[in-house]
Ligand binder design. Sequence first.
Ligand code: SF4
Ligand code: SF4
Length: 182
Amino acid sequence: MKLRQRFYLLEVLSGLGLTARHFFENMGRHVAHSLGRKGGARGAVTIQYPEERRPYSPRLRTLHRLVRREDGSPRCVACMMCETVCPAHCIYIVAAEHPNPEIEKVAERFDIDLGKCVFCGYCVEACPEDAIRMDTGILEFSSFSRGGMVYTKEALLALEPAGPDGKPGSPVPIPANRTVDA
Ligand code: SF4
Ligand code: SF4
């Protein structure tokens, strides 16, 4: 450590000077822009998250959802393709007979452990039925426990796609072991 750095106060003043320089630079740019000056660098913009969100790419992979048929039943035919391709081994499916003889199987149980998921999107790519999508726009999901990160078939079927502005169409799911007030 240099001798100058050993004097803590000097380093604090140097940091304050740097912050003040950025502040006045940005303020100057914002004032110039509001006075109609075109070109040149724009001032830094702070997004007031979570009230404001920057637009996300439509290709962004967000929380999964299971897609329904027109009659409301799940599209998933429990072919196990997604479970097989998942590199994190975080999909768990139990297949059952479908009541409709034209559809071979249905997922009796379909869990995704989002605590293990790496959001690669392979499950969506592998699905032959377009039964699973990652288009909910939901990014902020959490839990106080590992078990709370396991999303069941019912939870995944209840989710809606994000709107055209990328905003989630469903509320952020609250795990069963976490209250809304927590
Ligand atoms: S996004 Fe990738 S890691 Fe996550 S469930 Fe799908 S295949 Fe598995
Ligand atoms: S979600 Fe798609 S790939 Fe996965 S089991 Fe269902 S039909 Fe097969």
